[in-house]
Design a protein around this ligand. Structure first.
Ligand SMILES: Cc1cc2nc3c(=O)[nH]c(=O)nc-3n(C[C@H](O)[C@H](O)[C@H](O)COP(=O)(O)O)c2cc1C
Length: 96
């Protein structure tokens, strides 16, 4: 965990929150007080779509420099959504 400089985290929205496995990982990372590391979070959703915002807030609370606000993708991504994901990935890569 300490050897990786930058990270991109994913979680779909489940019950207006994030996946429990991701929540526990972020909770552990919060205690580690990272500095000078970059991160971003994204995820798919079905209706309310809280996870990208929650992931972004959690990554900031972990001490990461958040490169982009979280990207949300509705249900199964169509061609436009996949293109947005690619652009998001390129923007992230350019900032690393
Ligand atoms: C048990 C359960 C709870 C969910 N709760 C929410 C929710 O509160 N808000 C929302 O936007 N989507 C919700 N969803 C929809 C998922 O976010 C959506 O299906 C997502 O695309 C799942 O991605 P995955 O199949 O890659 O895990 C829920 C789905 C399930 C199965």
């Amino acid at each position: 965990m300490f050897k990786i400089n930058d990270r991109v985290k994913w979680s779909s929205t489940i019950n207006k929150g994030i996946l429990s496995g991701m929540a526990s990982t972020l909770e552990i990372m919060k205690g580690l007080k990272f500095k000078n590391k970059k991160a971003a979070g994204f995820g798919s959703y079905g209706w309310s779509g809280e996870s990208p915002k929650l992931m972004t807030e959690a990554l900031k609370a972990c001490g990461f420099d958040v490169l982009e606000e979280g990207l949300g993708v509705l249900w199964q991504p169509d061609a436009d959504a996949l293109e947005n994901c690619r652009k998001y990935g390129v923007e992230l890569a350019q900032k690393l």
